[in-house]
Design a protein around this ligand. Structure first.
Ligand code: UDX
Length: 439
Protein backbone atom coordinates (compact mmCIF):
# COMPACT_ATOMS: atom_id res chain seq x y z
CA UNK A 1 0.00 0.00 0.00
CA UNK A 2 1.12 3.57 -0.59
CA UNK A 3 1.40 5.38 2.71
CA UNK A 4 2.44 8.84 3.83
CA UNK A 5 3.71 9.68 7.29
CA UNK A 6 3.47 13.32 8.30
CA UNK A 7 6.02 14.36 10.92
CA UNK A 8 9.36 12.56 11.13
CA UNK A 9 10.38 12.83 14.78
CA UNK A 10 10.94 9.85 17.10
CA UNK A 11 7.45 8.57 16.37
CA UNK A 12 7.04 9.40 12.67
CA UNK A 13 10.49 8.44 11.41
CA UNK A 14 10.34 5.06 13.13
CA UNK A 15 6.77 4.54 11.97
CA UNK A 16 7.65 5.40 8.36
CA UNK A 17 10.60 3.00 8.27
CA UNK A 18 8.60 0.30 10.04
CA UNK A 19 5.74 0.58 7.53
CA UNK A 20 8.28 0.20 4.71
CA UNK A 21 9.69 -2.83 6.55
CA UNK A 22 6.18 -4.32 6.48
CA UNK A 23 6.30 -4.03 2.69
CA UNK A 24 4.50 -0.75 2.05
CA UNK A 25 5.64 2.10 -0.16
CA UNK A 26 6.15 5.01 2.21
CA UNK A 27 6.91 8.71 2.00
CA UNK A 28 7.84 10.53 5.20
CA UNK A 29 7.05 14.26 5.12
CA UNK A 30 8.46 16.85 7.51
CA UNK A 31 8.82 20.64 7.36
CA UNK A 32 12.35 20.42 8.82
CA UNK A 33 14.61 20.26 5.75
CA UNK A 34 17.71 19.25 7.75
CA UNK A 35 15.87 16.30 9.31
CA UNK A 36 14.53 15.16 5.94
CA UNK A 37 17.96 15.40 4.35
CA UNK A 38 19.52 13.40 7.17
CA UNK A 39 16.85 10.67 7.04
CA UNK A 40 17.06 10.45 3.24
CA UNK A 41 20.82 9.97 3.61
CA UNK A 42 20.23 7.12 6.05
CA UNK A 43 21.62 9.05 9.01
CA UNK A 44 19.19 8.94 11.96
CA UNK A 45 18.76 12.45 13.40
CA UNK A 46 18.32 10.92 16.88
CA UNK A 47 19.66 7.98 18.88
CA UNK A 48 17.37 4.97 18.81
CA UNK A 49 18.70 1.39 18.98
CA UNK A 50 18.13 -0.55 15.76
CA UNK A 51 16.72 2.43 13.88
CA UNK A 52 19.86 3.10 11.81
CA UNK A 53 19.83 -0.45 10.43
CA UNK A 54 16.09 -0.37 9.75
CA UNK A 55 16.39 3.00 8.00
CA UNK A 56 19.32 1.83 5.86
CA UNK A 57 17.55 -1.38 4.90
CA UNK A 58 14.23 0.25 3.97
CA UNK A 59 15.84 3.14 2.06
CA UNK A 60 17.88 0.62 0.07
CA UNK A 61 14.71 -1.35 -0.72
CA UNK A 62 13.42 1.72 -2.57
CA UNK A 63 10.17 1.58 -0.60
CA UNK A 64 11.01 4.53 1.68
CA UNK A 65 11.62 8.17 0.77
CA UNK A 66 11.48 11.44 2.68
CA UNK A 67 10.34 14.85 1.50
CA UNK A 68 9.57 18.37 2.69
CA UNK A 69 6.79 18.68 0.12
CA UNK A 70 3.27 17.71 1.16
CA UNK A 71 2.45 17.22 -2.51
CA UNK A 72 4.50 14.02 -2.32
CA UNK A 73 1.84 12.59 0.00
CA UNK A 74 -0.62 12.64 -2.91
CA UNK A 75 -1.46 9.19 -4.20
CA UNK A 76 -1.04 7.57 -0.79
CA UNK A 77 -4.08 5.72 0.46
CA UNK A 78 -3.35 6.09 4.16
CA UNK A 79 -1.82 9.20 5.74
CA UNK A 80 -0.44 8.92 9.26
CA UNK A 81 -0.25 12.13 11.31
CA UNK A 82 2.72 11.76 13.68
CA UNK A 83 3.57 15.35 14.62
CA UNK A 84 4.29 16.53 18.15
CA UNK A 85 1.78 17.90 20.68
CA UNK A 86 4.03 19.75 23.15
CA UNK A 87 2.85 21.53 26.26
CA UNK A 88 1.68 25.08 25.60
CA UNK A 89 3.96 27.77 26.95
CA UNK A 90 2.76 28.86 30.38
CA UNK A 91 -0.21 26.49 30.34
CA UNK A 92 -0.93 22.83 31.04
CA UNK A 93 -2.84 22.27 27.81
CA UNK A 94 -1.39 20.59 24.73
CA UNK A 95 -0.42 22.75 21.79
CA UNK A 96 -2.35 21.38 18.83
CA UNK A 97 -1.06 23.73 16.20
CA UNK A 98 1.16 21.12 14.53
CA UNK A 99 -1.59 18.51 14.36
CA UNK A 100 -3.98 21.05 12.91
CA UNK A 101 -1.42 22.40 10.44
CA UNK A 102 -0.47 18.88 9.30
CA UNK A 103 -4.10 17.89 8.75
CA UNK A 104 -4.83 21.11 6.90
CA UNK A 105 -1.76 20.71 4.72
CA UNK A 106 -2.95 17.22 3.81
CA UNK A 107 -6.38 18.37 2.62
CA UNK A 108 -5.30 19.47 -0.90
CA UNK A 109 -3.64 16.10 -1.57
CA UNK A 110 -6.42 13.89 -0.21
CA UNK A 111 -8.67 11.94 -2.55
CA UNK A 112 -11.95 10.20 -1.92
CA UNK A 113 -11.26 6.84 -0.28
CA UNK A 114 -8.15 8.07 1.53
CA UNK A 115 -7.79 7.55 5.25
CA UNK A 116 -6.11 10.04 7.59
CA UNK A 117 -4.84 8.27 10.70
CA UNK A 118 -3.94 10.27 13.79
CA UNK A 119 -1.17 8.81 15.93
CA UNK A 120 -0.19 11.90 17.93
CA UNK A 121 -1.27 12.10 21.58
CA UNK A 122 -4.16 14.58 21.63
CA UNK A 123 -6.80 15.86 24.04
CA UNK A 124 -10.02 13.90 23.81
CA UNK A 125 -12.34 15.54 21.27
CA UNK A 126 -9.61 16.41 18.77
CA UNK A 127 -10.29 13.50 16.39
CA UNK A 128 -13.96 14.35 16.04
CA UNK A 129 -13.03 17.91 15.12
CA UNK A 130 -10.39 16.82 12.60
CA UNK A 131 -12.78 14.27 11.10
CA UNK A 132 -15.27 17.04 10.37
CA UNK A 133 -12.51 19.03 8.72
CA UNK A 134 -11.40 16.09 6.53
CA UNK A 135 -14.86 14.84 5.59
CA UNK A 136 -16.12 18.39 5.03
CA UNK A 137 -13.37 19.30 2.60
CA UNK A 138 -12.81 15.97 0.86
CA UNK A 139 -15.99 13.94 0.44
CA UNK A 140 -15.25 10.25 0.76
CA UNK A 141 -12.08 10.75 2.80
CA UNK A 142 -12.14 9.37 6.35
CA UNK A 143 -10.28 9.74 9.63
CA UNK A 144 -9.29 7.17 12.24
CA UNK A 145 -7.41 7.50 15.53
CA UNK A 146 -4.72 4.93 16.17
CA UNK A 147 -2.63 5.88 19.22
CA UNK A 148 0.98 4.82 19.46
CA UNK A 149 2.51 3.39 22.62
CA UNK A 150 6.16 3.17 21.63
CA UNK A 151 8.82 3.70 24.26
CA UNK A 152 11.99 5.50 23.32
CA UNK A 153 14.88 3.08 23.38
CA UNK A 154 12.51 0.31 22.17
CA UNK A 155 10.79 2.27 19.40
CA UNK A 156 11.53 -0.15 16.55
CA UNK A 157 10.53 -3.22 18.53
CA UNK A 158 7.39 -1.53 19.88
CA UNK A 159 6.31 -0.40 16.41
CA UNK A 160 6.86 -3.72 14.65
CA UNK A 161 5.68 -5.84 17.57
CA UNK A 162 3.14 -3.73 19.48
CA UNK A 163 1.40 -5.34 22.45
CA UNK A 164 -1.96 -4.08 21.18
CA UNK A 165 -3.56 -2.13 18.35
CA UNK A 166 -6.19 0.48 19.12
CA UNK A 167 -8.45 1.71 16.33
CA UNK A 168 -10.68 4.72 16.99
CA UNK A 169 -13.18 4.47 14.13
CA UNK A 170 -16.01 6.52 12.66
CA UNK A 171 -19.49 5.08 13.10
CA UNK A 172 -21.27 2.73 10.68
CA UNK A 173 -20.08 1.71 7.23
CA UNK A 174 -17.29 4.31 7.31
CA UNK A 175 -15.93 2.48 10.35
CA UNK A 176 -15.83 -0.78 8.35
CA UNK A 177 -13.94 0.95 5.53
CA UNK A 178 -11.42 2.51 7.92
CA UNK A 179 -10.95 -0.79 9.80
CA UNK A 180 -10.30 -2.66 6.55
CA UNK A 181 -7.61 -0.16 5.54
CA UNK A 182 -5.90 -0.29 8.93
CA UNK A 183 -6.02 -4.08 8.91
CA UNK A 184 -4.34 -4.03 5.52
CA UNK A 185 -1.62 -1.67 6.78
CA UNK A 186 -0.97 -3.82 9.86
CA UNK A 187 -1.72 -7.18 8.16
CA UNK A 188 1.39 -8.93 9.50
CA UNK A 189 0.81 -7.62 13.00
CA UNK A 190 -2.89 -8.52 12.97
CA UNK A 191 -2.21 -12.04 11.62
CA UNK A 192 0.14 -12.65 14.53
CA UNK A 193 -2.87 -12.44 16.83
CA UNK A 194 -1.97 -9.06 18.35
CA UNK A 195 -4.89 -7.94 20.54
CA UNK A 196 -7.00 -5.29 18.84
CA UNK A 197 -9.39 -2.87 20.48
CA UNK A 198 -11.87 -1.05 18.27
CA UNK A 199 -13.69 1.95 19.65
CA UNK A 200 -15.06 5.40 19.00
CA UNK A 201 -12.64 8.32 18.63
CA UNK A 202 -12.92 9.55 22.23
CA UNK A 203 -12.05 6.17 23.75
CA UNK A 204 -9.06 5.72 21.45
CA UNK A 205 -7.74 9.18 22.32
CA UNK A 206 -8.23 8.51 26.01
CA UNK A 207 -6.53 5.11 25.93
CA UNK A 208 -3.24 6.85 25.31
CA UNK A 209 -3.54 9.53 27.98
CA UNK A 210 -4.96 7.04 30.46
CA UNK A 211 -2.07 4.63 29.86
CA UNK A 212 0.54 7.35 30.34
CA UNK A 213 -1.26 8.66 33.44
CA UNK A 214 -1.31 5.17 34.92
CA UNK A 215 2.41 4.70 34.29
CA UNK A 216 3.21 8.12 35.78
CA UNK A 217 1.05 7.31 38.79
CA UNK A 218 2.81 4.00 39.32
CA UNK A 219 6.20 5.71 39.30
CA UNK A 220 5.04 8.45 41.65
CA UNK A 221 3.44 5.87 43.93
CA UNK A 222 6.74 4.11 44.48
CA UNK A 223 8.50 7.47 44.82
CA UNK A 224 5.99 8.48 47.50
CA UNK A 225 6.89 5.21 49.24
CA UNK A 226 10.53 6.23 48.85
CA UNK A 227 9.80 9.45 50.73
CA UNK A 228 8.28 7.39 53.52
CA UNK A 229 11.19 4.98 53.47
CA UNK A 230 13.53 7.95 53.92
CA UNK A 231 11.47 9.02 56.94
CA UNK A 232 11.41 5.57 58.50
CA UNK A 233 14.69 3.96 57.51
CA UNK A 234 12.93 1.35 55.35
CA UNK A 235 14.27 0.29 51.94
CA UNK A 236 12.20 1.15 48.88
CA UNK A 237 13.95 -1.30 46.58
CA UNK A 238 13.10 -4.27 48.78
CA UNK A 239 9.62 -2.87 49.22
CA UNK A 240 9.13 -2.66 45.43
CA UNK A 241 10.43 -6.22 44.98
CA UNK A 242 8.09 -7.51 47.65
CA UNK A 243 4.92 -5.81 46.43
CA UNK A 244 5.89 -6.46 42.81
CA UNK A 245 5.62 -10.25 43.33
CA UNK A 246 1.89 -9.72 43.58
CA UNK A 247 0.97 -10.07 39.93
CA UNK A 248 -1.95 -7.69 40.38
CA UNK A 249 0.70 -5.04 41.10
CA UNK A 250 3.69 -6.24 39.06
CA UNK A 251 7.30 -5.10 39.41
CA UNK A 252 7.50 -3.06 36.18
CA UNK A 253 7.49 0.74 36.54
CA UNK A 254 8.15 0.45 40.26
CA UNK A 255 11.72 1.66 40.08
CA UNK A 256 12.03 4.41 42.63
CA UNK A 257 14.50 7.20 41.98
CA UNK A 258 14.61 10.51 40.24
CA UNK A 259 11.21 10.00 38.63
CA UNK A 260 9.84 10.41 35.17
CA UNK A 261 10.76 12.91 32.49
CA UNK A 262 10.82 12.94 28.71
CA UNK A 263 8.63 14.29 25.97
CA UNK A 264 5.52 12.30 26.95
CA UNK A 265 4.65 11.46 30.53
CA UNK A 266 5.02 14.94 32.12
CA UNK A 267 3.22 16.88 29.39
CA UNK A 268 0.60 14.21 28.81
CA UNK A 269 -0.61 14.14 32.41
CA UNK A 270 -0.77 17.94 32.43
CA UNK A 271 -2.69 18.10 29.15
CA UNK A 272 -5.06 15.44 30.50
CA UNK A 273 -5.74 17.58 33.59
CA UNK A 274 -6.29 20.65 31.43
CA UNK A 275 -8.73 18.81 29.20
CA UNK A 276 -10.62 17.39 32.19
CA UNK A 277 -10.99 20.97 33.44
CA UNK A 278 -12.43 22.09 30.12
CA UNK A 279 -14.90 19.22 30.28
CA UNK A 280 -15.97 20.11 33.82
CA UNK A 281 -14.48 16.88 35.16
CA UNK A 282 -11.32 18.30 36.74
CA UNK A 283 -11.99 16.59 40.09
CA UNK A 284 -11.50 13.22 38.45
CA UNK A 285 -7.87 14.03 37.75
CA UNK A 286 -6.77 16.21 40.67
CA UNK A 287 -4.70 13.23 41.87
CA UNK A 288 -2.47 13.72 38.82
CA UNK A 289 -1.41 17.07 40.26
CA UNK A 290 -0.04 15.15 43.23
CA UNK A 291 1.59 12.63 40.90
CA UNK A 292 3.36 15.58 39.24
CA UNK A 293 4.31 17.11 42.61
CA UNK A 294 5.79 13.89 43.97
CA UNK A 295 7.76 13.55 40.76
CA UNK A 296 9.16 17.07 40.94
CA UNK A 297 10.05 16.74 44.64
CA UNK A 298 12.44 13.88 43.82
CA UNK A 299 14.64 16.26 41.83
CA UNK A 300 14.84 18.65 44.77
CA UNK A 301 15.53 15.79 47.19
CA UNK A 302 18.38 14.59 44.97
CA UNK A 303 20.05 17.98 45.23
CA UNK A 304 19.58 17.95 49.02
CA UNK A 305 21.11 14.50 49.20
CA UNK A 306 24.12 15.72 47.22
CA UNK A 307 24.50 18.63 49.60
CA UNK A 308 24.28 16.30 52.60
CA UNK A 309 26.95 14.03 51.17
CA UNK A 310 29.18 17.03 50.39
CA UNK A 311 29.38 17.88 54.10
CA UNK A 312 26.48 20.34 54.03
CA UNK A 313 27.63 22.69 51.28
CA UNK A 314 27.82 22.48 47.51
CA UNK A 315 29.93 25.61 47.13
CA UNK A 316 33.01 24.81 45.11
CA UNK A 317 32.42 21.04 45.33
CA UNK A 318 33.28 19.04 42.23
CA UNK A 319 30.29 16.95 41.25
CA UNK A 320 30.18 14.42 38.41
CA UNK A 321 26.80 13.78 36.82
CA UNK A 322 26.58 10.48 34.93
CA UNK A 323 23.65 10.64 32.55
CA UNK A 324 21.86 13.51 30.84
CA UNK A 325 19.18 11.76 28.74
CA UNK A 326 15.76 11.35 30.36
CA UNK A 327 16.25 7.58 30.15
CA UNK A 328 18.96 5.17 28.95
CA UNK A 329 19.36 4.26 25.26
CA UNK A 330 18.09 7.65 24.18
CA UNK A 331 19.59 11.04 23.38
CA UNK A 332 16.33 12.75 24.28
CA UNK A 333 16.78 15.43 26.94
CA UNK A 334 13.24 16.82 26.99
CA UNK A 335 12.33 17.45 30.62
CA UNK A 336 15.28 15.33 31.68
CA UNK A 337 15.40 14.87 35.47
CA UNK A 338 19.19 14.38 35.21
CA UNK A 339 19.81 17.74 33.55
CA UNK A 340 17.38 19.44 35.92
CA UNK A 341 19.44 18.19 38.88
CA UNK A 342 22.75 19.04 37.19
CA UNK A 343 21.59 22.62 36.59
CA UNK A 344 20.32 23.02 40.16
CA UNK A 345 23.64 21.78 41.53
CA UNK A 346 25.54 24.23 39.42
CA UNK A 347 23.28 27.13 40.34
CA UNK A 348 23.97 26.29 43.97
CA UNK A 349 27.69 26.66 43.53
CA UNK A 350 28.90 23.17 42.66
CA UNK A 351 31.39 22.63 39.85
CA UNK A 352 29.40 20.20 37.73
CA UNK A 353 30.66 17.97 34.91
CA UNK A 354 28.05 16.06 32.97
CA UNK A 355 28.60 13.04 30.77
CA UNK A 356 26.29 10.81 28.74
CA UNK A 357 26.94 8.16 26.08
CA UNK A 358 24.52 9.77 23.59
CA UNK A 359 23.01 13.02 24.84
CA UNK A 360 25.97 15.36 25.34
CA UNK A 361 25.51 17.12 22.01
CA UNK A 362 21.82 17.82 22.64
CA UNK A 363 22.54 18.85 26.23
CA UNK A 364 25.28 21.25 25.22
CA UNK A 365 22.87 22.98 22.85
CA UNK A 366 20.18 23.41 25.46
CA UNK A 367 22.34 23.89 28.57
CA UNK A 368 25.51 25.55 27.24
CA UNK A 369 26.53 26.78 30.69
CA UNK A 370 27.10 23.24 32.02
CA UNK A 371 30.48 21.56 31.66
CA UNK A 372 30.60 18.32 29.66
CA UNK A 373 32.95 15.34 29.59
CA UNK A 374 33.35 12.45 27.15
CA UNK A 375 33.58 9.66 29.69
CA UNK A 376 32.58 8.91 33.29
CA UNK A 377 36.26 8.90 34.26
CA UNK A 378 36.79 12.37 32.79
CA UNK A 379 33.64 13.69 34.44
CA UNK A 380 34.63 12.25 37.80
CA UNK A 381 38.23 13.42 37.89
CA UNK A 382 38.90 14.69 41.42
CA UNK A 383 35.17 14.68 42.13
CA UNK A 384 33.83 15.13 45.65
CA UNK A 385 30.70 13.20 44.69
CA UNK A 386 29.42 11.19 41.73
CA UNK A 387 25.73 11.10 40.80
CA UNK A 388 24.30 8.42 38.51
CA UNK A 389 21.15 10.07 37.17
CA UNK A 390 20.41 8.00 34.05
CA UNK A 391 20.90 4.25 34.37
CA UNK A 392 22.90 3.55 31.21
CA UNK A 393 24.41 0.04 31.17
CA UNK A 394 27.89 1.60 30.98
CA UNK A 395 27.31 3.20 34.38
CA UNK A 396 25.71 0.16 35.97
CA UNK A 397 28.77 -1.84 34.96
CA UNK A 398 31.44 0.56 36.25
CA UNK A 399 34.13 -1.10 38.35
CA UNK A 400 33.95 0.65 41.74
CA UNK A 401 37.63 -0.08 42.49
CA UNK A 402 39.01 1.27 39.23
CA UNK A 403 36.55 4.15 39.10
CA UNK A 404 37.43 5.04 42.69
CA UNK A 405 40.97 5.88 41.58
CA UNK A 406 39.91 8.99 39.66
CA UNK A 407 37.72 10.67 42.29
CA UNK A 408 38.77 12.74 45.29
CA UNK A 409 36.16 11.20 47.58
CA UNK A 410 34.39 7.90 47.07
CA UNK A 411 30.84 9.14 47.38
CA UNK A 412 28.23 7.62 45.10
CA UNK A 413 24.68 8.91 44.77
CA UNK A 414 22.57 6.45 42.85
CA UNK A 415 19.64 8.49 41.52
CA UNK A 416 18.08 5.48 39.81
CA UNK A 417 18.66 2.69 42.35
CA UNK A 418 20.54 1.00 39.56
CA UNK A 419 23.90 0.08 41.10
CA UNK A 420 24.91 -2.90 43.22
CA UNK A 421 25.12 -1.23 46.60
CA UNK A 422 27.17 -3.99 48.25
CA UNK A 423 29.79 -3.88 45.51
CA UNK A 424 30.27 -0.12 45.83
CA UNK A 425 30.36 -0.19 49.61
CA UNK A 426 32.86 -3.05 49.55
CA UNK A 427 35.12 -0.84 47.43
CA UNK A 428 35.03 1.85 50.10
CA UNK A 429 32.38 4.10 48.61
CA UNK A 430 29.75 5.91 50.63
CA UNK A 431 26.56 4.88 48.85
CA UNK A 432 23.38 6.96 48.97
CA UNK A 433 20.16 6.49 47.05
CA UNK A 434 16.65 7.87 47.14
CA UNK A 435 14.40 5.84 49.41
CA UNK A 436 17.22 3.89 51.04
CA UNK A 437 19.08 4.18 54.29
CA UNK A 438 22.49 5.82 54.48
CA UNK A 439 25.49 3.50 54.80
C1 UDX B 1 6.30 6.64 27.58
C2 UDX B 1 5.35 5.43 27.58
O1 UDX B 1 5.98 4.33 28.27
C3 UDX B 1 5.03 5.03 26.16
O2 UDX B 1 4.11 3.95 26.16
C4 UDX B 1 4.43 6.22 25.45
O3 UDX B 1 4.16 5.90 24.09
C5 UDX B 1 5.36 7.42 25.51
O4 UDX B 1 5.70 7.71 26.87
P1 UDX B 1 8.92 6.98 27.16
O5 UDX B 1 8.69 8.43 27.41
O6 UDX B 1 9.77 6.57 26.01
O7 UDX B 1 7.52 6.23 26.97
O8 UDX B 1 9.63 6.41 28.47
P2 UDX B 1 9.28 5.40 29.65
O9 UDX B 1 10.03 4.16 29.49
O10 UDX B 1 7.83 5.30 29.89
O11 UDX B 1 9.94 6.21 30.87
C6 UDX B 1 9.46 7.49 31.23
C7 UDX B 1 10.23 8.04 32.40
O12 UDX B 1 9.91 7.33 33.59
C8 UDX B 1 11.74 7.99 32.27
O13 UDX B 1 12.27 9.22 32.71
C9 UDX B 1 12.13 6.85 33.20
O14 UDX B 1 13.42 7.04 33.71
C10 UDX B 1 11.08 6.97 34.28
N1 UDX B 1 10.82 5.71 35.00
C11 UDX B 1 10.36 4.61 34.34
C12 UDX B 1 11.02 5.64 36.37
O15 UDX B 1 11.41 6.63 37.00
N2 UDX B 1 10.76 4.47 37.03
C13 UDX B 1 10.30 3.37 36.39
O16 UDX B 1 10.08 2.35 37.06
C14 UDX B 1 10.10 3.43 35.00
Amino acid sequence: MKISVIGCGYLGAVHAASMAELGHEVVGVDVDAAKVESLQRGAPPFHEPGFGELLGRTLASGRLTFSTDFADAAGSRVHFVCVGTPQKRGEYAADLRYVEAATEALLPVLASGDLVVGKSTVPVGTAARLAEMVEGKVPGALLAWNPEFLREGFAVQDTLHPDRLVYGLPAGADGDTARALLDEVYAQIVERGTPKVESDYATAEMVKTAANSFLATKISFINAMAELCEATGADVKLLADAIGYDDRIGRKFLNAGLGFGGGCLPKDIRAFMARAGELGADQALTFLKEVDNINMRRRIRMVELAREVCDGSLLGKRVAVLGAAFKPDSDDIRDSPALNVAAQLQLQGAVVRVTDPAAVENSRRQWPHLDYADSPEEAAEQADAVLVLTEWRQYRELDPQEFGKVVRSRRMLDGRNALDRDLWEAAGWTYRALGRRAT
